[in-house]
Write a new protein. Structure first.
Length: 286
């Protein structure tokens, strides 16, 4: 298992890193589109759409993304789209988690498929626009989710159950604890504060200061608002993770697919990013 994980990670990095650091955003946007297509295929399978139906669903998702790309949306400000997507994630995410695993199959399949299509399309638009905004900006958003996940894992392992009476969502993801959530939030606060401090001190050149999520929020709204924003994004990354776990548990599967040996499926790797990317774009747009 470890060997598979390492090999898969190396292959992914060999594809993603050259595309990410290429002088123009197009290669990265194309790679992201392929990943979103795979995620759409997995979404269809998780909702019992069948193999042919899932491939057709992925084709529709790719077609809509390509249409948005051709229409020039990657370079246009979309504040109302980000606001609508953010509100949908907050409200629908809370509703889904409140109703639990049993509530998912009661939602009409057309609504589930339409919601998944919208979430994937908006996530691709957000990551593409983030790359257009700059490599440093995109990395600052991705790093927030990664740090939240890493700190949550270690805080949950070391402190889980010591301060809270129950698990975070035992019927959806029994391994997650409230201590893990708090640890993830603490991690992103440290990350954001350190990032802004390094930028203002002039350490490491312009990478820390130029047009990152943290510098934009701190410069426009102050440190307090910036810290509240990153805590909110960390919380929504947990919502994305739990929603995908809820869907998998309803489908009776452990992973969204086996496309990434040792890692599960694409949705397993990007679930926390689905709400976080559009919400980050919303926060820096307004």
């Amino acid at each position: 298992m470890l060997k598979q994980r390492v090999i898969t990670a190396i292959v992914l990095l060999a594809i993603l890193l050259p595309a990410l650091f290429y002088k123009t955003p197009e290669p990265f946007c194309a790679v992201a589109l392929l990943l979103i297509a795979a995620g759409a295929w997995e979404w269809g399978r998780l909702n019992a759409f069948g193999q042919a139906g899932s491939l057709g669903f992925a084709a529709v998702c790719v077609g809509l993304c390509a249409l948005a790309w051709y229409g020039g949306l990657l370079a246009k400000p979309l504040p109302f789209l980000w606001a609508a997507a953010g509100a949908a994630w907050v409200l629908a995410g809370g509703w889904l988690l409140r109703n639990g695993v049993a509530g998912w199959p009661r939602i009409p399949k057309l609504v589930r498929l339409s919601g998944g299509l919208a979430a994937l399309l908006v996530a691709w638009l957000a990551v593409a626009q983030a790359r257009v905004a700059g490599i440093d900006f995109l990395l600052s958003v991705l790093l927030l989710v990664w740090v939240a996940d890493i700190f949550a894992y270690f805080a949950g392992r070391t402190l889980g159950g010591r301060f809270s009476k129950g698990k975070l969502a035992p019927s959806i993801s029994p391994g997650k604890s409230w201590e893990g959530v708090w640890g993830g939030m603490a991690g992103v606060v440290v990350l954001a504060f350190a990032w802004v401090w390094l930028g203002r001190m002039g350490i490491g050149g312009g990478f820390w200061a130029d047009s990152t999520l943290y510098s934009r929020l701190a410069d426009r709204h102050g440190m307090a608002v910036m810290l509240l924003a990153v805590i909110f994004l960390a919380a929504m990354s947990v919502v994305g993770d739990l929603v995908e776990s809820l869907i998998k548990r309803s489908a009776g599967v452990k992973d969204s697919s086996g496309l990434l040996p040792g890692h599960g499926g694409v949705l397993d790797r990007v679930d926390a990013l689905l709400p976080t990317l559009p919400l980050a774009m919303m926060l820096v747009t307004f």
